[in-house]
Design a protein around this ligand. Structure first.
Ligand SMILES: [Zn+2]
Length: 408
């Protein structure tokens, strides 16, 4: 039979219509939170997908014809979540540590070493199965772009396999050899920094887009962090920094100084940190699931937004300090616990995450954007915070194709 091979899937257009509320956050929309970007909503809307991209958005009554039509029944559609901070390449779990914390024991960066031991003992297949299971869990909850870090191998061989396996899941792979100093280097942390910035970086850079460092008491200090980031940048990687999670420190200012795309956590900030973020282009990525799971105080999102800082939200999915994959829950926490408006939080979980990854093709539904969208079983994006903990994602499109849930 001839003829069944075309038109190819990419040439078929899909009209998504009867959308009660379409969040586009399109670049030509109204100014959004703190001037960080537009949070644009269209009522009674429609959207056309063509070649995996958004081809048109506007009122449903003016929608053009398309090859197929999907009727959303008045429900809300928003851009797929962009989770710009996740640690998925690990083995084992630490639920007993969580229970102990809830019984009063403090969180310490050293807990990472327990996961390092389990990760080194795992096979490639076990690591990939765990990570891809979590990536699927993210997708079902509306996350269409995810970042994935190494950092639980901490040998040249184990870090290289972590970034190589991560690269099969996402293009946003981060080399985090400087997560913590492994036990075998406890007496020689400088030697470990030499390893990270030398042979480990050389082995991992071909698989990674990003370099990251845990700049924190108990992990890496200012000069060690600077050495890690600048070596990564010299190897062609862009920078992001774990900064100011457990206490005040130099991480945020270092991230801004070195031009990092994002400073992540930003829980303990002084005025100079906020001023540095406001004066630079580094996004403040807030990870409220961590504060929930460690009983630390939440970051002061209002202070950052008030200073004009671009804020992103991400999960920090990891087995120690926050084992969630739910961006919707992070939105709810940000609204309830960090004083963000619903619009600010949804923007931060979509367009903000894209900014933190230096991406302009995702995190919004402007014409030309990648057709990554989420259909909610709800009439408004507000339900993400209004009905916390409820699975509201009905369907997810990624690259213009239905990727999770069911087409209505
Ligand atoms: Zn992290």
């Amino acid at each position: 039979m001839l003829g069944t091979a075309w038109p190819s899937v990419g040439e078929v257009s899909e009209l998504i219509t009867n959308v009660g509320e379409l969040v586009t956050s399109a670049p030509d929309g109204e100014p959004g939170p703190a001037g960080a970007g537009p949070f644009a909503v269209i009522g009674d809307a429609a959207l056309v997908i063509e070649d995996g991209r958004v081809a048109w958005t506007g009122p449903a009554s003016r929608a053009p014809a398309a090859d197929t039509v999907t009727d959303c029944g008045g429900r809300a559609v928003l851009p797929g979540f962009v989770d710009s901070h996740a640690h998925l390449m690990f083995a084992g779990e630490r639920c007993h540590e969580f229970a102990a914390r809830m019984a009063g024991q403090p969180y310490q960066a050293g807990g990472i070493r327990a996961t390092v031991a389990a990760t080194r003992a795992a096979t490639d297949a076990e690591l990939l199965a765990n990570a891809s299971g979590l990536a699927q869990e993210m997708l079902r909850q509306g996350t269409t772009t995810l970042e994935c870090k190494s950092g639980y191998g901490l040998t040249v061989t184990d870090e290289r396999r972590a970034v190589a396996l991560a690269a099969t899941l996402t293009g946003e792979v981060t080399f985090l050899g400087a997560h913590v100093v492994p036990p075998e280097y406890a007496a020689d942390p400088a030697g470990y920094v030499d390893l990270v910035t030398g042979p480990m970086l050389a082995a991992c850079a071909p698989y990674a887009r990003w370099v990251d460092v845990f700049c924190e008491r108990g992990a890496f200090g200012e000069e060690e962090s600077r050495a890690v980031i600048t070596a990564g940048q010299a190897a062609g990687l862009a920078a992001r920094v774990h900064a100011n999670q457990l206490g005040h420190g130099p991480g945020v200012r270092l991230a801004v100084e070195l031009g990092a795309a994002s400073a992540d956590h930003c829980t303990y900030l002084d005025d100079a940190d906020v001023a540095a973020l406001a004066g630079g282009r580094t996004v403040a990525t807030l990870l409220p699931g961590v504060e929930f799971s460690t009983r630390h105080p939440y970051p002061d999102a209002r202070r950052l937004l008030g200073a004009g800082v671009t804020v992103a939200l991400a999960t920090d999915c990891n087995p120690g300090s926050c084992f969630t994959t739910s961006m919707a829950w992070c939105v709810a926490l940000a609204v309830r616990e960090m004083g963000m408006t619903v619009a600010e939080a949804v923007w931060a979980a979509t367009a903000g995450g894209a900014r933190a990854l230096l991406r302009t093709d995702v995190g919004h539904l402007g014409v030309g954007a990648r057709a990554d969208l989420v259909l909610l079983d709800a009439p408004s994006h507000t339900y993400l915070a209004y009905r916390p903990g409820v699975p509201l994602v009905a369907a997810v499109w990624r690259d213009g194709e239905l990727a999770a849930g069911a087409r209505p």
